[in-house]
Design a protein around this ligand. Structure first.
Ligand SMILES: CC(=O)N[C@H]1[C@@H](OP(=O)(O)O)O[C@H](CO)[C@@H](O)[C@@H]1O
Ligand SMILES: [Mg+2]
Length: 557
């Protein structure tokens, strides 16, 4: 058994030597703070990242060896962050995020002070994780449009080469495209290949599923997509070449904020994060009342929709709206296909979901709704437990998961009438249209367009499904955000520490009609976030301000 010498075999100490060499070439910045592999991998100013990218190469190779040569992905992106930032994150074999246990290994090796420490860290990991170094290692990688990506790719590649990892550079891609390729690569020779292993294969799969999904249906007019001047722009345009023309399909898709040659404009006053957090239309918005617009973020894994009314009032259709729309439509398809007694649907949200959306899911759609901690990996994990799990963060990151058994049921089901066949055909197409590895702006976009077309909804009808509770997301700097600890299993809705603070928040909230408010430490910014809802806008503002004031007074910096 290979395992008998797991953790020790390294042909002539070649890889250990390689680690020593390459760590000399990419020394860790002397002044730098500690690197932490967080929710979004490593993310910071790009000039701090080359040594980190190199260690990620080493780690991704180890992860692949540990998994007997299954292909691991590495994506270089800082998503919606400013252009001068960048980041590196690792994708596991089925297109999921890196297993949590390994985040600490990634952190460990990235923080090695010098070449000797890096080599020691490498050797320690090989032993600790019991890695058989005779096993092959395969990694594929890609980057977004940030200029700093090129240098980070070189650093990453050095780490891979130094430890004998076979790799493929896919150039510039959206984050979800890389996730797709990882899964497609690892399922290539199985009975359920995820798709062709190429960027072209991604477009082919999406386009053919979309055509089937809207067969015989007339989509509704035009839609404009703000691509945040990021990678989503060229990739969406590429996809459009694979779709029927607007005169054939009736759907006119216009791409704006597509300037990827000037790095400075990336995410600048545009994109999904800007639109969601500022609650206003992006730079370049010229929509007439009730025209449908959508915004991607900088690496095209998030999407939100919006429009303005006659009085130029901005109306947002965020992740909660996409989740409810998708859950509703999938529920109808399951019902019409004759599968209602075999397949159940659940929706997974975080505490930031608008309370009205939760009530709509439970009371109107009569579906199970679960609440998890913030961060897509938590939502993904819970959604994977359902037959069909719809998950979205309010910020527009999400997707739909079909369990393997559900996929089998959908594909094997024998329809008993033409109507059942029609619904089943659409349902089957959606299982291909939806990128099940991770939230994907392009795939979610086509999903929403499909549903709006089927339901003959304009943005007006979509918005009218329920009325959002007035809400406010605030933040407050504090001396030490680690002091803010949430109650286990409360999905971060209640605080355990600092002692007494939750009781004080409860007192404040009790003063406002239908008030809800919670506080938690951000995982990505040095702040605590304060989210509130109440039945009146004025109350909501006051409540969040009062809670924020209390925190500033007692725990401020
Ligand atoms: C309220 C909010 O939007 N939080 C965001 C934000 O996390 P925080 O831990 O709240 O900073 O960044 C995460 C990563 O992008 C995203 O998953 C999450 O939804
Ligand atoms: Mg993103």
């Amino acid at each position: 058994m290979a395992d008998s010498n797991a953790g020790i075999f390294d042909p002539d100490g070649k890889y250990e030597q390689g680690v020593l060499q390459v760590s000399k070439e990419y020394p860790r910045p002397k002044d730098g703070a500690d690197f932490v592999y967080g929710t979004a991998g490593f993310r910071m100013k790009a000039d701090k990242l080359p040594s980190v990218a190199m260690t990620v190469g080493i780690l991704a190779g180890l992860r692949s060896r540990k998994l007997h040569g299954q292909t691991i992905g590495v994506m270089i992106t800082a998503s919606h962050n400013p252009a001068e930032d960048n980041g590196v994150k690792i994708v596991d074999p089925q297109g999921e995020m890196l297993e949590q246990e390994w985040e600490k290994y990634a952190t460990y090796i990235a923080n090695a002070k010098d070449q000797q420490e890096a080599q020691n860290a490498y050797m320690w990991m090989v032993k600790e994780v019991r890695i058989d170094q005779k096993k092959p290692a395969n990694v594929i990688f890609a980057r977004d449009t940030r200029p700093s990506g090129e240098e980070l790719v070189r650093a990453l590649k050095s780490g891979l080469d130094a430890t004998g990892v076979t790799s493929v550079d896919y150039g510039i891609l959206t984050t979800p495209q890389l996730h797709y390729l990882v899964k497609a690569t690892n399922t290539k020779d199985t009975s359920h290949p995820y798709g062709e292993v190429s960027e072209e294969g991604y477009y082919n799969k999406m386009a053919s599923a979309f055509k089937t999904a809207i067969e015989g249906i007339k989509p509704n007019g035009s839609v404009t997509v703000d691509c945040a001047n990021g990678v989503g722009a060229p990739k969406l345009k590429e996809l459009l070449k694979h779709l029927p023309s607007s005169s054939e399909s009736g759907l006119d898709i216009r791409v704006v904020n597509d300037n990827v040659s000037n790095a400075e404009v990336l995410n600048k006053d545009c994109g999904a994060d800007f639109v969601k957090t500022q609650q206003r239309a992006p730079a370049g918005f010229d929509g007439k009342p009730y025209e449908r617009w959508a915004s991607f973020d900088g690496d095209a894994d998030r999407i939100v929709y919006y429009f303005t009314t006659e009085g130029s009032i901005f109306r947002l259709l965020d992740g909660d709206r996409i989740a409810t729309l998708a859950a509703n439509f999938l529920g109808e398809l399951v019902q019409k296909s004759g599968l209602a007694d075999k397949i159940t649907i659940a929706v997974v949200q975080t505490a930031y979901a608008n309370g009205s959306s939760t009530r709509y899911i439970e009371q109107t759609l009569k579906l199970r709704c679960e609440c998890t901690s913030t961060g897509v990996k938590h939502l993904h994990h819970v959604a994977a437990r359902s037959d069909i799990g719809v998950y979205f963060e309010a910020n527009g990151h999400g997707t739909v998961l079909f369990s393997p058994q559900t996929l089998k049921r959908i594909h094997n089901h024998q329809p008993e009438s033409p109507a059942q066949l029609e619904a089943l055909t659409t349902l089957r197409a959606l299982t291909d249209l939806i990128n099940q590895t991770v939230g994907d702006a392009i795939s979610d976009f086509l999903l929403v367009e499909t549903i709006l077309a089927h339901k003959e909804y304009t943005v007006r009808e979509w918005l009218a499904t329920y009325t959002d509770m007035p809400n406010k997301l605030g933040k407050q700097r504090v001396a030490n955000r680690a002091d803010f600890v949430t109650v286990p299993d409360s999905a971060e809705r209640r605080l355990e520490k600092p002692a007494g603070l939750q009781e004080r928040i409860d007192e404040i909230v009790a003063k406002y009609k239908d008030g809800r408010c919670f506080v938690r430490a951000s995982g990505t910014e040095d702040v605590v976030r304060i989210y509130g809802e109440a039945s009146e806008v004025f109350d909501c503002e006051n409540m969040v301000r009062e809670v924020g004031g209390e925190i500033e007074r007692r725990f401020g910096p």
